[in-house]
Write a protein that binds this ligand. Structure first.
Ligand SMILES: Cc1ncc(C[n+]2csc(CCOP(=O)(O)OP(=O)(O)O)c2C)c(N)n1
Ligand SMILES: [Mg+2]
Length: 591
């Protein structure tokens, strides 16, 4: 994810107020949408956005809750490869953003967060929603969950602090950066410029940033390995072409982390499944067979991405490749760390390998079926529909270029375990929108921070970043009760998002967790709600689904291309046990 590399000429600083200046900088970075909710202290920025929209520049998208705005900015950044931007007023506007900002931080999503403040002269007097050190200090709160958080306290600071914030958001590891700007300063004339071209230059990653000596040692290790296994993490999006070529040249088998699954073709003959949360026994078995070399690319090795820090993975046979030093620090036992952009590392390895062995590549077997620990429910036509069967239907009915966003809860587990869309490269004539994007992923999940409801806003951001591409949001009834109101934003923007609610009348993941741990059954029941009816009350198409036949009866091509969202209230069999025992083991509560 990166900013546009070739910004247009700088705006004339003297001609604009600060708010106008910020919006014109965003425009030069290629940002199309600013997600947020207005309020008195941020009003000048909305004035500037109104003018901007009229001239075809960045436009405001108004969320229903600020956290939804942050999730939308997250989805927009992930899908577009650009900066996500969210804004809010001071006080509660800023605190409402915080969960989304923290989530973006844990998931390394580049984001600019701007919140307002009352006028500077009013600080310390009990001004409404004052949020500096003499109020409810949102600048300090954000500091704990963003890469950068600062109060702009003089007009001359704006250009410099915006530069600092953009650098903090866009350099590796990417993440959110927060600026808190008093309303009088948003109206003040800008007294300095902003060298956006300098940001692009500072962020450009020269080939020398790849650790060439370490890549050479990795090449040697691969040449000697008899049974190498690759681990593909979420950071591999832009590297898939050379990485898959490397798989072919080395004869490696590969597995993915849960958030890496969206980077790969899950029907690839050398693929052995997901390791970690919601993962597959086949991936665990592969590691247990003691491969002589494990090469992990672009993964954080957090709890969910490492099968609870499994010692079959985090061991002395491991080589860890990443541009992010914080990730490398999670694998101190590895025999080698290779720092650098994953695409560059893989391209170098491919070139060296091809030199050494000529164009000879190892043949693949046939494309495979879905990898499942238990295929029975996946093929079952029982009513109520099994969640596994729902995932099969989604893969069957959605075109291969569909983007899936799966929410925290059982949605993520079932999607990670069961969802396996057909390979879009098998299409005879893929349309332009089908092409793999540089940082493409067909399945987005949120790791580490993992808030419920994230996918509902995220899907709006994903859909607005790539118009014309179908988006499916898989979420739970609990998550929908928490953040479902953001569906009305998809309606307002006319986005073709299909919201699929796994309606089990429960906080299902917690319910199953309590059962597996033999703990008290408490706090997991949800009211029985007709979500399709609720959607229709908001002017949105809604359908109740009980069975695989109900899904087959839908006109999927129409659903996925219509102007506006559709809600599928899927009454699933909530008794199906999700593959999540690993999580309980790390919580120390597995029986
Ligand atoms: C904001 C937030 N609160 C609580 C949790 C803990 N939690 C994780 S999954 C889950 C249940 C989710 O229920 P639902 O959305 O209905 O999905 P299901 O697991 O039932 O499919 C809860 C409470 C969380 N991750 N995020
Ligand atoms: Mg539920």
């Amino acid at each position: 994810m990166e900013a546009a590399r070739t910004p247009s000429p700088a705006p004339s600083p003297s001609a604009t107020d600060s708010a106008e200046f910020i919006v014109s900088c965003l425009e030069r970075l290629g940002v199309e949408y600013v997600f947020g909710i207005p309020g008195g202290a941020i009003e000048p920025l909305y004035d500037a956005l109104a003018r901007s929209e009229r001239r075809g520049g960045p436009r405001a998208v108004v969320a229903r809750h600020e956290v939804g705005a942050a999730y939308m900015a997250d989805g927009y950044a992930r899908q577009s490869g650009k900066l996500g931007v969210c804004i809010a007023t001071s006080g509660p506007g800023a605190t409402n953003l915080i969960t989304g900002v923290a989530c973006a931080s844990d998931n390394r999503v580049p984001m600019l967060v701007i919140t307002g403040q009352p006028p500077l002269h009013s600080f310390g007097r009990g001004a409404l929603q004052e949020s500096s050190c003499t109020g409810i200090n949102t600048v300090a709160m954000m500091r704990h969950c963003a890469r950068f958080s600062s109060l702009v306290s003089h007009p001359d600071q704006l250009g410099r602090k915006l530069f600092n914030a953009l650098m903090a958001a866009l350099r590796t590891p990417q993440g959110p950066a927060h600026l808190s700007i008093p309303v009088d300063l948003l109206r003040a004339p800008v007294t300095g410029g902003l060298e956006l071209a300098r940001i692009a230059a500072l962020l450009a990653e020269p080939a020398s940033l790849v650790d060439v000596a370490a890549v050479g040692r990795l090449h040697d290790a691969l040449a000697q390995a008899r049974r190498p296994v690759f681990v593909v993490g979420e950071g591999c999006g832009e590297a898939m072409a050379p990485l898959m070529r490397l798989v072919q040249l080395t004869g490696a088998e590969f597995i993915t982390t849960p958030d890496g699954k969206g980077c790969i073709n899950p029907r690839h003959p050398a693929y052995r499944g997901v390791i970690g949360f919601g993962g597959h026994a086949s991936a665990t078995a592969l590691l247990r067979q003691s491969p002589d070399l494990i090469v992990a690319f672009g993964t954080s090795f957090g709890e969910l991405a490492s099968a609870g820090w499994s010692d079959t993975l985090l061991c002395e046979r491991l080589i860890h490749v990443d541009a992010n030093e914080e990730h490398l620090s999670r694998s101190p036992m590895a025999r080698l760390h290779v720092r650098g952009r994953i695409a560059a590392v893989c391209e170098t390895l491919v070139a060296r390998r091809a030199d050494a062995q000529g164009a000879a590549i190892l043949p693949f077997g046939a494309a495979r079926d879905e990898l499942l620990d238990d295929a029975r429910a996946f093929h079952s036509d029982a009513v109520p529909i099994k969640p596994q069967r729902l995932m099969k239907a989604l893969a069957d009915f959605c075109p291969p270029h569909t983007r899936f966003v799966a929410d925290t809860g059982n949605s993520m587990i079932w999607a990670v375990h069961c969802l396996a869309p057909r390979d879009r490269r098998a299409l005879a004539a893929p349309v332009a929108a089908d092409q793999r994007r540089p940082r493409g992923s067909w399945l987005r999940v949120t790791m580490d921070f993992a808030p419920m409801g994230w996918a509902i806003g995220c899907a709006v951001g994903v859909a607005s970043a790539q118009p014309g591409v179908p988006v499916v949001c898989i979420t739970g009834d609990g998550s929908y009760l928490m953040s479902g109101q953001e569906i009305t934003v998809a309606a307002e923007l006319g986005l073709p998002v299909v919201y699929v609610i796994l309606n089990d009348g429960a906080l299902g993941m917690v319910k199953h967790g309590q059962r597996m741990a033999d703990a008290e059954t408490i706090g997991t029941e949800l009211p029985h709600v007709d979500y399709a009816l609720m959607a229709r009350a908001m002017g949105i198409a809604g359908h109740v689904i009980h069975s695989a036949d109900d899904l087959a009866a839908l006109d999927w091509a129409a659903l996925l291309s219509r102007h506006g969202p559709t809600l599928l209230d899927v009454r699933i069999d909530g008794e199906e046990v999700p593959p999540m025992r690993l999580r309980l083991r790390t919580l120390g509560s597995a029986q």
